[in-house]
Design a protein around this ligand. Structure first.
Ligand code: GRF
Length: 219
């Protein structure tokens, strides 16, 4: 049996994606070990989720550091101390500098609540509603030095309805986030992801010539 992939999850808030990862590990759907959860905010509810499952939960308040580099040096040291192999950003609300990103080349993943490259940045769900797209979704991607930009690992699409709000669409997207984040990490754990020319090759992926999401469904 290969040893499980060692994860470090970075959060700033509620941590529902963290919870989905914990649950997938506990259900044996994700061959990984969650070594440490780190929050830059002491009040992040995700810390409680981690502790509830007996996982190390560390607070590294960015405000305690005089520079971004000093804050990131502490993050890096903590991730190394826990021998983390894959850094998982799950609602972590700090931008990471090239200094941090180059420390873990193609070993940082993020989830964004939009079908990238559409709607990067904050309030992606609101951007989708205001633009009137009929299909929105979530993206898991490797992190590179541009925000919400790196090679795309997995996406899931959801319909958007005319009476949707940022909140109602956000909830629909979040349900899919909780499905695809553990699945994308599992592909990494299985060694099935290869980055080539800014794109991700998923080895042995299932293909379909007919799978489709149309929205509106009937006209
Ligand atoms: C999610 O919408 C995720 O896509 C974005 O931040 C939010 C985190 O939510 N990056 P949670 O803390 O996992 O509940």
């Amino acid at each position: 049996m290969p040893s499980p992939l060692s994860l470090g999850v970075l959060i700033s808030g509620s941590g529902t994606n963290l919870q989905a990862i914990i649950d997938a590990i506990e259900r044996d759907e994700l061959t990984a070990a969650l070594r440490v959860v780190i929050s830059n905010r002491p009040d992040a509810y995700g810390l409680m989720r981690a502790r509830h499952h007996g996982l190390p939960a560390v607070v590294i308040p960015h405000k305690d550091f005089s520079s971004r580099q000093a804050f990131e040096a502490k993050l890096i040291k903590t991730l190394h101390d826990y021998q983390v192999e894959l850094v998982v950003l799950a609602g972590f609300m700090r931008l990471l500098s090239p200094f941090f990103i180059r420390t873990f080349p193609q070993r940082i993943v993020n989830i964004h609540p939009a079908l990238l490259p559409a709607f990067p940045g904050i309030h992606a769900q609101r951007q989708a509603v205001e633009r009137g797209v009929r299909i929105a979704g979530a993206t898991v991607h490797f992190v590179d030095e541009e925000t919400d930009h790196g090679p795309i690992i997995m996406q899931a699409a959801v319909p958007v309805y005319p009476d949707d709000t940022e909140e109602s669409l956000g909830a629909r997207i979040l349900t899919q986030e909780h499905r695809i984040y553990p699945q994308a990490i599992q592909l990494f754990a299985e060694g099935r992801l290869e980055v080539r020319g800014g794109r991700v090759i998923v080895h042995n992926e299932i293909r379909s010539q007919t799978a489709t999401l149309r929205s509106p469904e009937s006209v």
